[in-house]
Design a protein around this ligand. Structure first.
Ligand code: B12
Length: 589
């Protein structure tokens, strides 16, 4: 373990309130908030969502889960009704739906109208929250832009009143938001929100984290991944007193790794709080829209997850990824297809339990567990050494947010030093994220160089950033541009347009390269261009990622032609950017 090379005062401001007091006061305030009851919970004759999950864990019932990211509750309700009806005809049951919100839902209500619209649902008032809990027989869960966001306490109060049983997400405590740059207020609200949920523990309310929505998606070692989950359990359960569910899954491609890790996650769940779900693999699809091939990836992934659930039940619902995941928000038909695949996979997993050899899976679980425990100890020890009060949840949240995922892994990992790896150590068990990133980088470099040398971008200054949380595209982009000799200033993730323009001026950038995925590429491109224009500079602007945006009719539209018309440069690949960049720079010279 390396020691933290950071000044305590950069991590913890002197006037930070005492986190224990923040927790106490929030619990007291939450006492008067009534807890609603969802139709799903009533239908199953349970006291809470958690209690029903515990029952499923005992009797071996497999439940299902989907994500749904339409614009309004009315539209979402209609889609859910269609899915429930289809289930009656096609023999599947949909148990849970995560309502995927527009990122603006994470801003306090007064700021929501001012930020750019992205993909996902907006909840406009109590009738939407209560409608989600009462209108359909499907249990709603709120994973995103709740607990970790600047709107944490507002959203959590609405969710408790309406009857949501699993409320997230602690893992998103590091998310950035447009029009918001106060991390102290964001972290204080986050601790308050966890405390509000803790106050309702006896009512069965659970604090949820889909952990790959946070640092876990950035780690290169499953030991760090697990150690980080232990750290969040320590903050949420030991220090604040909430029941904490940790769901995982989308970044896993290898079934042995995924199921070994699932068992390790279960082993650290000492309170036996059922996880909300195991997420389907969302990263293994190619972009060629070969949905037949994707269907096989989904079927295999979900069958092994069900096999683990049958052998070592956790109560976690099963999620089968829709085949169109890489391209867009799925249609109702694609969601139905995913549930048909999950139900058939369940039938087959039940029919052939002996098909899995568990011995190598248990061995890997034990390695991950041993490494994870070392990482957890390293985090607490390292923070204590620089003076962070490790009994204060607010100090822990703020310090780790300010350190960031990469630094945390570099400092506290459980691997052996090895300069051959990007973070300077050989992982105990590499994440599929690391495997994929190294593969993607190699592929891009091969594409750029062909049989010969890489394009020469020596002396070209580029400012690169991701406008949202997606960081893999940015990683590959930056690595490739640097390999070509460009001087890249990478601003990281969740970067706002004014920041991009400001740094472009400071670095006299020749080009700006933005990776963006949240469905507002045209508005973002225009905003960046205006910010640059108002500062009197004109670097060449490139955009990549998922370049779409909703039309007024609510259809996600490919905006690459419009971007092109407006003099911005949409790119499907890094090679396209380097070609254009060289041409533009030659023309300018
Ligand atoms: C991983 C992932 C996540 C992870 C991100 C983890 C992380 N730390 O990066 C998590 C789970 C956190 C996540 C969250 C969200 N996600 Co997401 N996510 C994905 C996923 C599965 C993979 C994207 C990816 O990284 N691919 C790997 C990279 C390397 O490949 P690539 O994208 O093809 O990039 C290549 C090129 O495009 C190019 N490139 C990329 N950027 C740039 C930039 C330039 C300048 C250039 C030249 C080239 C270039 O180079 C790359 C290398 O070849 C996709 C679905 C999919 N399978 O594609 C959804 C997806 C992108 N996500 C989506 C959404 C909506 C979200 C959320 C907004 C959901 C929500 N409402 O909360 C949140 C974001 C919240 C926030 N705060 O911003 C949608 C976007 C929908 C749309 N626009 O139509 C997708 C398509 C899923 C879906 N089907 O709904 N996500």
């Amino acid at each position: 373990m390396s020691s933290v090379n950071a000044d305590l005062h950069e991590l913890i401001p002197a006037d930070l309130p005492d986190g224990r007091e923040v927790v106490r006061a929030a619990k007291e305030r939450a006492a008067s908030i009534p807890v609603g009851r969802a139709r799903y919970v009533e239908m199953h004759g349970a006291r809470s969502d958690r209690e029903y999950k515990e029952r499923c864990r005992e009797d071996g019932t497999i439940t299902t889960y989907i994500n749904l990211g339409y614009k309004t509750w009315a539209e979402t309700r209609e889609a859910l009704e269609e899915i429930v009806d289809a289930g009656k005809r096609r023999h599947f049951t949909l148990d849970r739906v995560s309502l995927i919100p527009d990122r603006r839902m994470g801003l306090p209500p007064g700021l929501r109208e001012e930020a750019l619209a992205e993909t996902g649902i907006m909840m406009y008032g109590e009738e939407d929250w209560v409608g989600a809990a009462r209108d359909t027989p499907v249990m709603p869960v709120w994973n995103d832009h709740g607990v970790g966001s600047p709107a944490a306490t507002t959203n959590v109060e609405a969710l408790l009143r309406a009857g949501f049983g699993y409320i997230g997400s602690l893992a998103q405590f590091q998310y950035g938001y447009p029009l918001w740059d106060d991390d102290v207020r964001q972290m204080t609200g986050c601790v308050e929100a966890v405390a509000m949920i803790a106050a309702k523990r006896e009512d069965g309310v659970v604090l949820e984290s889909y952990v790959e929505d946070g640092y876990c998606a950035s780690f290169h070692d499953l030991a760090t991944f697990l150690g980080w989950c232990m750290f969040h359990r320590y903050v949420a359960e030991d220090l604040i007193g909430a029941a904490h569910s940790q769901s995982f899954g989308s970044t896993f491609a290898d079934p042995v790794r995924k199921q070994a890790h699932g068992l390790a996650m279960d082993a650290i769940n000492t309170t036996r709080t059922p996880p909300s779900f195991t997420h389907g693999d969302t990263n293994s699809f190619g972009l060629e829209d070969d949905f037949d091939r994707n269907a096989v990836i989904v079927a295999t992934d979900v069958m092994y997850t069900i096999a683990r659930e049958l052998k070592h039940p956790t109560g976690g619902s099963v999620h089968a990824t829709p085949v169109s995941e890489a391209s867009r928000i799925p249609t109702v038909a694609e969601l139905i297809e995913s549930l048909v695949i999950a139900s058939e996979a369940e039938r087959r997993a039940r029919a052939c339990p002996e098909i899995v050899d568990w011995a190598p899976i248990y061995a890997m679980r034990d390695r991950i567990l041993a490494g994870g425990r070392r990482v957890f100890e390293n985090i607490l020890k390292g923070l204590a050494e620089i003076g962070v009060d490790t009994k204060d949840p607010l100090q822990l949240m703020l310090a780790t947010r300010r350190l960031g995922a990469a630094t945390i892994e570099e400092l506290f990992n459980a691997g052996e030093p090895d300069p051959g790896y990007p973070r300077g150590f050989a992982p105990v068990e590499p994440t599929d994220t690391l495997v994929r990133l190294m593969g993607a980088k190699e592929k891009v470099l091969r594409g750029l160089g062909g049989e010969g040398a890489l394009p020469d971008l020596g002396g070209v200054r580029v400012v690169a950033a991701s406008s949202d949380v997606h960081e893999y595209g940015l990683f590959v982009l930056v690595e490739a541009l640097e390999a070509c000799g460009a001087e890249v200033t990478s601003l990281g993730t969740s970067v706002n347009s004014p920041e991009i323009a400001k740094v472009s001026v400071e670095t006299a950038a020749d080009a700006v390269a933005i990776s963006t995925y949240n469905g507002m590429a045209l508005s973002l491109g225009r905003q960046v261009r205006e910010e640059l224009h108002s500062r009197g500079v004109e670097p060449i602007v490139f955009l990549g990622g998922r370049l779409n945006e909703d039309t007024e009719e609510g259809e996600a539209t490919d905006v690459r032609p419009m971007l092109r018309e407006e003099g911005l440069n949409p790119c499907d690949s890094v090679a396209e950017m380097t070609d254009l960049l060289r041409r533009e720079l030659t023309a300018k010279a």
